[in-house]
Ligand binder design. Structure first.
Ligand code: PEP
Ligand code: MG
Length: 888
């Protein structure tokens, strides 16, 4: 096994082995671009080290061989006293983990080689500054000495000399500082700062390996769902210096604007500086375009390289470069991050340039990005005072009254107020308040802080780490640059930009939603570029996708919206929604009926109402399938709350005027009360226990279909039985239903061909799918209940109870109610698909749980071979896009 690759040996496809940085450095080297020579130690070596605590036996010799080759190429040896070769040792995992792991620069400097460097560079100050930086970085990251000790010493040196910036310290100041730094190392570790350059390098490599398991890195991986067992590669690269004078410098560049996608010159440059000076913000950078007048030759070369990279990677690249005394060096490149809008624009721009095809364009965007573009946004034209800016932690636009503790958040929101919960930082005690709030704002913490993690999990708007805010929880107020915001003042937060406003910012609908709604046409002159790009990408997806996309909708209005959004039918009409509101009383009568006559009377009242609902729905979805599910939830949901009713009856009894109806109602509520209603009398069980209920519903569906047919419509109703656990249940209901349908056909003279199918939402149904398919023409996987019953998690309680703890502990990256659990629930789905089709090859298969609109789950359902997914109308575009991406 080979553990070390020279930059000339790798390529960009080796990211697993060489990490992102190493693979791209190799790719650039092989493109003939000016990359400082070096080599990469593989993630495999890291894994061996992390597993066994020791580096692989062969590693030392391999590193020696590559170092020899590097020294030969450079014509000098690592740490050579008269002219030292210096190297950087940098981490680089497969996925970028910015700032999460360690890097050490200037390895090879020692008490003697620093003099050699000074002579070679003709610059004493530079050499001692480089040595100072090495001891500081090495001390902190490799030897674990507190970083603040070095910083304090540096500050003290500046104060003593009454200067503000590092660059005002001269060679003799820096020499003194080096002495001090070495003392700090000695007293912190009990040992001298290592003078042997090879020791320095080996220790740094080990430190980078170790940093893979640092707390920051672990938390970041959990958050970003990066597996913990990948390990990091280590890049050893010959140093080039941007701080050797005015003809040197360092910068970053993008081949396109990551915000708009437009081509042009985007980036920043800092003269006479090293990379970390840019990050530290010691001096202000200048726009990259200014480099043209500073160093035309390097600028022209950089422009050419950027074009080479874009054509080669066929994508937006970001770049880090350094100019050393007029010579340009490429230090890093990678396919760059971009905003959601830019992702769509860039994908279509690249198609137009002939760089990628439609299938590839689909891989350049995601459903999550599309969903982000569908959030309403703040009207940027509105004149509202900006208070400050934090980190955009969870997207959305939220407006509400400022509250500074969870208790108030809950209290106010119960009384109908919209609130924004503002804290320095949140902890698990704030959970109730976070749930109650429209949005969460904190002054501390980054994208992986508690507030950010939990808000994203809840899909709630969050801005965190807004450091200008001084939050004073005790006095229930915050101060922002002199402005005082009291409890109850209205604030607005934008979770997509991190902006915080005082007052209410008006919200405008997203242009992308306007487009899907048909209120904006992609071809119109004033359609914006984003809408055109989305329109085109959606067309690519629709052309290739195999999965059909239906909607979960129970009324004509939702059905029509779903159609506008591209739905190809209704996959789930929950009829219980038709039993609420003013019809509750009728259902109550049905439940309370003592005799067959009473019950039949109640059903007779409901029948025409149900029929009307279906006529409207079939009309809205004319020509497309509509799956109507018979009544599912427990009956007590239609009855009054047990406690309230008991109190009312008790009070009435005390007054001696108890009313007969209330007494009966209370009896019924008691009779139907269940400890565990989700596992109780619901779904098909209800249909079997309450005579006439399901047949009434079937009759309403059949009569509605006949009426539509007579009106020259094209109704395509399908009848679905919920919560089936055994084929026997289905057979009984089926027999009754067929009889009713035949009656309606005979009475109306219309042939109906109504398909009858079932939900697969209990483990037993999935496990006996082969038998169930005997009696079902279609299956629709109810992954909400299936997840609930496979995991044994209450779908109504879990997100508010231990789920947060599970998220924080990394047991889930995401709720299994949100993204399908492929290993558990998913494996039942796969097996049921196979067993169902074995019984009935033309069995139609779909899913109608929440997962039907979740990007990752859509890919799973594509692979599992379903025919369609069904989701809420608003998520239909995302499902169409992801179905296209899965098939492309
Ligand atoms: C399901 O269980 O996945 C489902 C779609 O049914 P409901 O959510 O109505 O229980
Ligand atoms: Mg269900």
């Amino acid at each position: 096994q080979k553990f070390v690759y020279d930059f000339t040996e790798g390529n960009r496809d080796l990211k697993d082995l060489l990490g992102g940085k190493g693979a791209n450095l190799a790719e650039m080297t092989n493109l003939g671009l000016p990359v400082p020579p070096g080599f990469t130690i593989t993630t495999e070596a890291c894994k061996v080290y992390l597993d066994s605590g020791e580096e692989p036996a062969a590693l030392r010799d391999e590193v020696s061989a590559h170092l020899d080759a590097l020294e030969q190429r450079m014509g000098k040896k690592l740490g050579q006293t008269d002219d030292p070769l210096l190297v950087s040792v940098r981490s680089g995992a497969k996925f970028s983990m910015p700032g999460m792991m360690d890097t050490v620069l200037n390895i090879g400097l020692s008490d003697t080689s620093v003099e050699g460097l000074a002579r070679q560079a003709g610059d004493e100050r530079f050499a001692w500054d480089s040595y100072r930086r090495l001891i500081q970085m090495f001390g902190k990251t490799v030897l674990g000495v507190g970083g603040e000790l070095f910083e304090d010493a540096l500050e003290a040196a500046k104060e003593a000399k009454r200067v503000a910036v590092d660059t005002d310290l001269d060679a003799s100041d820096l020499k003194k500082l080096v002495k001090q730094f070495k003392k700090i190392v000695k007293s912190g570790t009990g040992r001298d700062f290592p003078q042997d350059p090879r020791d320095q390098m080996d220790l740094a490599i080990k430190a980078v390996f170790d940093s893979w398991n640092g707390d920051r890195a672990k938390l970041y991986r959990r958050q970003e769902r990066i597996p913990h067992d990948l390990g990091t590669a280590v890049n050893v690269c010959s140093m080039v210096f941007g701080n050797l004078g005015p003809d040197s410098g360092t910068g970053v560049a993008f081949t396109r604007d990551p915000a708009s996608g437009h081509q042009g010159v985007y980036g920043d440059y800092l003269q006479n500086a090293q990379g970390e000076d840019v990050v530290a913000g010691i001096r202000n950078t200048v726009p990259l375009a200014d480099l043209e007048s500073i160093d035309k030759k390097s600028y022209d070369q950089l422009m050419q390289i950027m074009e080479t990279l874009e054509t080669h990677y066929k994508d937006l690249c970001d770049i880090e470069f350094t100019i050393e005394r007029g010579r340009l060096w490429m230090l890093q490149t990678r396919v760059g991050k971009r905003t959601a809008g830019a992702a769509f624009r860039i994908a279509t721009q690249l198609v137009d340039q002939g760089l990628i095809d439609e299938a590839e364009a689909l891989q350049r965007v995601t459903g999550a990005q599309l969903a982000q573009l569908m959030f309403p946004r703040f009207d940027e034209a509105a004149r509202v005072e900006k208070l400050g800016r934090g980190i955009a932690a969870s997207p959305g636009a939220a407006v509400g009254k400022a509250v500074f503790d969870s208790y108030t958040a809950v209290k106010w929101s119960r009384s109908g107020e919209k609130v924004i919960l503002i804290r320095r930082e949140t902890n698990p005690d704030d959970l109730d308040g976070m749930i109650a709030a429209e949005g969460i704002l904190t002054s501390r913490g980054g994208k992986t802080s508690h507030a950010a993690v939990v808000a994203r999990g809840m899909g709630k708007t969050c801005v965190c780490g807004a450091e200008e805010l001084e939050v004073d929880t005790k006095r229930r107020r915050m101060t922002v640059n002199g402005t005082v915001v009291e409890e109850g003042d209205v604030v607005s937060i934008d979770g997509s930009t991190g902006r915080v406003y005082l007052g209410e910012v008006p919200v405008v609908p997203s242009p992308v939603v306007e487009y899907f709604e048909g209120r904006m046409h992609a071809g119109a002159d004033d359609a914006d570029e984003l809408v055109r790009a989305v329109h085109r990408v959606m067309a690519y997806a629709d052309r290739v996708r195999r999965l059909r996309v239906r909607a979960n909708a129970d009324n004509a209005e939702d059905a029509l919206r779903a159609r506008r959004f591209g739905a190809q039918g209704i996959g789930l009409c929950r009829t219980e929604h038709m039993f609420l509101g003013e019809r509750r009383g009728m259902v109550e009568k049905l439940i309370l009926a003592d005799t067959d006559d009473e019950r039949e009377d109640a059903l007779k009242v409901l029948l025409p109402l149900q029929k009307r609902d279906f006529v409207e729905l079939f009309e809205a979805m004319d020509g497309l399938p509509v799956t109507v599910r018979l009544l599912d939830p427990p009956l007590h949901e239609f009855l009054p709350d047990i406690t309230e009713l008991s109190v009312r009856v008790a009070l009435a009894e005390a007054r001696k005027d108890a009313n007969e109806n209330d007494l009966r109602l209370l009896q019924a509520v008691h009779r139907l009360h269940e400890q565990n209603p989700m596992l109780g009398l619901r779904g098909v069980r209800l249909g079997l226990v309450i005579p006439g209920l399901f047949t009434m519903q079937v009759r309403a569906i059949a009569e509605a279909a006949a009426e539509r047919r007579n009106a020259k419509g094209d109704p395509r109703a399908e009848i679905m039985i919920p919560l089936v656990g055994t084929v026997q249940e289905l057979e009984i209901v089926r027999e009754e239903a067929e009889q009713v349908i035949a009656e309606v056909e005979a009475a109306t003279g219309v042939g109906l061909r109504l398909a009858l199918g079932t939900m697969i939402e209990l483990p037993r149904a999935a496990l006996t799918a082969g038998q169930i398919a005997e009696a079902a023409e279609f299956f629709s996987f109810g992954t909400n209940d299936l997840t609930q019953t496979v995991w044994g998690f209450s779908r109504d309680d879990v997100e508010a109870s231990f789920f947060t703890a599970y998220l924080e502990k990394g047991i889930f990256g995401v709720s299994p109610f949100e993204t399908i659990d492929k290993d558990g629930v998913g494996s039942l789905v796969r097996d049921a698909v196979a067993a169902g089709r074995a019984t009935r090859p033309d069995l139609k298969l779909g899913v109608c749980g929440e997962h039907g609109g979740d990007p990752e789950s859509v890919h799973f359902f594509h692979e599992a071979g379903l025919d369609y997914v069904s989701c809420s109308p608003f998520r239909i575009p995302v499902a169409r896009l992801e179905a296209g991406r899965a098939a492309a």
